[in-house]
Structure formats: C-alpha cells, structure tokens
Ligand binder design. Structure first.
Ligand code: GDP
Ligand code: MG
Length: 171
C-alpha cells in the first residue's frame, strides 16, 4: 500500500468539456451551465487503484487562445495530461494534434498522455469517428477513451488507466 501525488493537467479547446470532466470525476456531478474557466482552476481527488492510493492534483486550463501561453506552467512537471476534444467538433480534434506536438517537445519525456473524446452522448451530432481517434491515439502511444461528463461514461476509467500507466519507480 503506497500513496502517490499525481500532478495532472487538462488541455484542449474551449468548450470541449474539460471543466465538466473534472467536476464529474471529483464530485460525480454535472452542471449544464458552468462558468468558463479563467486562466486555470485546481482541484484534488484521491483514488485507489490496485491497492495503491493516488492523489490527483488537477490543473484544469482554459482553452482560449489568449491563455495558451500559460499552458506550459501547468503541463511542466505534470506526470500526466488529458487532452480533450468534442466528438461533435472536428476542429477540436485537430487541436489535440497540436497539443500532442507541443507536449512532445516541451513536456516531461515520460508524461502519460491520455486523449478524451468527450460528449459521446451526442451520437447524432458526431463529427469525429471513433476509429480515427483510436488509431491516432495508438499511433502516438496515448491512452484513449470516448467520455461523457453528462452521463459519466468512461470518466473515472480514464483516470484509472492513467494510474495503471504511470511509471512505477516511485512506489
Ligand atoms: P471547457 O471549456 O472545456 O471547460 O468546457 P465546459 O466543461 O465548460 O463545457 C462546455 C459546454 O459543454 C457546457 O455547456 C457543458 O454543459 C457542455 N458539456 C460538457 N461535457 C458534456 C458532455 O459530456 N455531454 C454534453 N452533451 N455536453 C457537455
Ligand atoms: Mg473550463
């Protein structure tokens, strides 16, 4: 039994549901009208996976371009990053690729990357195919889930997957 702090940051376009994902994970709730994030917000959540305790320190960044220059403050030193897109917005999936490039160049070399295709409850409005996103994630060796902060589907799972993939030396 051991305890581990995990600094994690959420990245992705504004409106894809980053804050809603964090709220679902931390408080298991959904508020349809969250205020949009200014700069970044911070929350913690402790989970147990395979008999180990992980204390997530979650930095939820704002997606707007004007805050983009601040992002390195949050992903530097992060053990994991979740890059979120909205399955109903193709442009938000394109942005995932630019975040991945940036993290590969500026982030910690061992950072665990996870991609979350959020709003998978909106199947009728889908613009990003599941297979395309899965293939991309596999190609870059990132974890992947389609999630819904609204219905809670796969939200805890993505954090569990991250725990399992963290390098184990610290234990
Ligand atoms: P952020 O800018 O990435 O932090 O996005 P927010 O969490 O503020 O969410 C943006 C909008 O998308 C809000 O109106 C949310 O209620 C909505 N939203 C977030 N997650 C979901 C989801 O999984 N499904 C649906 N249908 N709407 C969502
Ligand atoms: Mg937000």
């Amino acid at each position: 039994m051991s305890m581990r702090d995990v600094k994690l940051c959420l990245l992705g376009d504004s409106g894809v549901g980053k804050s809603s994902l964090v709220m679902r994970f931390v408080t298991d709730s959904f508020k349809p009208a969250l205020e949009s994030t200014i700069g970044a917000s911070f929350m913690t959540k402790t989970v147990e996976v395979d008999g180990n305790t992980y204390k997530f320190q979650i930095w939820d960044t704002a997606g707007q371009e004007k805050y983009r220059a601040l992002a390195p403050m949050y992903y530097r030193g992060a053990a994991a990053a979740i890059i979120a897109y909205d399955v109903t917005r193709e442009s938000s999936f394109k942005s995932v690729k630019s975040w991945v490039q940036e993290l590969r160049h500026q982030g910690h070399p061992n950072i665990v990357l996870a991609i979350a295709g959020n709003k998978c409850d909106l199947e009728d409005l889908r613009e990003v195919r599941l297979k395309d996103a899965e293939d991309y994630a596999k190609q870059i060796d990132a974890l992947f889930c389609e999630t819904s902060a609204l219905t809670a589907v796969n939200v805890a799972d993505i954090f569990t997957k991250i725990c399992k993939k963290l390098p184990s030396e610290d234990f």
